[in-house]
Write a protein that binds this ligand. Structure first.
Ligand code: ATP
Length: 365
């Protein structure tokens, strides 16, 4: 079993820097949790506290029901895979994978069996005699995974393990890590600043900024119902668009978002949540994929503006469009033929609008 709980945990470094603030997080046994956020937000510090590489300054860290604040790394039954892989250059692949088992003085026949099993699963069993310098980046990555696997830890910790790989390999390794999680049936905690990696791997994502948790939730929940503009902007490509405007409730009780000539009619449920405060300033969030260039825009669902640029990106295109003085970016089909300067009307998916408080960025829905 490996349930991991942070209870009001803070981390202050000796120089006084407050890297993690009042962290509350409950990671279930066998869960795959991804810590996501920009550089410096405290992801690695959080992971290192689980590993025992950094001390908890305040609060409690529990493994199952045991407080482990002061437990040294070797008492924690965790294995960690680093971005740099941290392989021994003068040892063979076999000895690199076997290292932790040698340290634990496991019998030779057991080491042999475990290393060969892991290497087979990772499809590097033909490379066991090589040195790391004679391997590709992806193969080195697998050796690092193998070294963690043979220890059969209760918790797997990974700090940006794929960031040194090229784009294609990163995608195939993502699938392998997911499979590894399924096969090993242990708790995984994974650090990345790559939103796509987080969305594909995680059971739950923890979005962090400046040492503070912004939101914890399943990938869909984080993407569909971001709690604030930081989370909304961090996930999505191209990023979510914002349009500042006003909420207006007409004589018939219908709620509208207005900015200049732009008028969007809000679905009833959304108007209810916004609580009909007519005249209040709001920030509309519109995801890049939540427009449709093929259907005829309906009244109250039309975004009219001028095309600024169209960038093909293989299977679709990024469209830059100016609407009421705001530059917006959308993802549209590759058959859209409009050119810079042309007028264009798009149909907006009204059910998928987001609204935020323009002052503090909090979601109003
Ligand atoms: P990255 O993706 O760049 O690794 P991160 O989100 O993992 O970023 P951390 O490595 O956890 O961030 O660092 C969080 C903050 O704590 C950063 O501002 C960093 O400069 C600071 N920090 C990290 N280690 C120390 C240290 N030993 N002493 C003082 N400050 C530190």
């Amino acid at each position: 079993m490996a349930r991991i709980r942070f209870q009001n945990v803070d981390k202050k470094y000796p120089n006084g820097f407050h890297a993690v603030k009042d962290l509350e997080l409950d990671i279930a046994h066998r869960e795959f949790v991804v810590l996501l956020g920009p550089s410096g937000c405290g992801k690695s510090t959080t992971l290192n506290m689980i590993a025992g590489l950094e001390e908890v300054s305040n609060g409690e860290l529990l493994f199952d029901d045991e407080m482990v604040n002061y437990a040294p790394p070797h008492r924690r039954d965790v294995a960690m895979v680093f971005q740099s892989y941290a392989l021994y250059p003068h040892k063979s692949v076999f000895d690199n994978i076997a290292f932790g088992l040698h340290m634990r003085k496991r019998p030779a026949h057991e080491i042999e069996r475990r290393v060969r099993d892991a290497a087979k699963r990772l499809e590097i069993d033909h490379l066991l005699d090589r040195r790391p310098s004679h391997l590709s980046g992806g193969q080195r990555q697998r050796v690092a995974l193998g070294r963690a696997m043979v220890r059969d830890p209760a918790v797997f910790l990974m700090d940006e393990p794929l960031s040194n790989l090229d784009a294609a390999l990163r995608i195939s390794m993502r699938a392998e890590i997911k499979e590894l999680h399924r096969a090993m049936a242990t708790t995984f905690v994974y650090v990345t600043h790559d939103q796509a990696e987080a969305l594909t791997l995680a059971d739950r994502i923890v979005v962090m900024c400046d040492g503070l948790v912004q939101q914890i939730g399943a990938p869909d929940e984080i993407y569909e119902r971001p709690r604030n503009t930081f989370v909304a902007s961090f996930l999505g490509s191209p990023p979510i668009n914002y349009i500042d405007g006003t909420l207006d409730v007409d004589g018939e009780g219908t709620a509208w978002f207005r900015r200049g000539a732009l008028s969007l009619r809000l679905p009833g449920w959304m108007a209810d949540r916004l609580d009909g405060q007519s005249g209040r300033s709001v920030r509309l969030g519109l995801r890049a994929e939540d427009v449709d260039e093929r259907s005829e825009p309906a009244d109250g669902a039309t975004l009219a503006g001028h095309v600024q640029s169209v960038l093909p990106v293989g299977s679709d295109q990024f469209l830059e469009m100016q609407v009421e003085g705001v530059d917006l970016f959308f993802r549209v089909g590759k058959d859209l033929r409009h050119k810079a300067g042309e007028a264009l009307s798009l149909s907006v998916d009204l059910e998928r609008l987001h609204f935020f408080d323009p002052e503090n960025g909090r979601s109003l829905l």
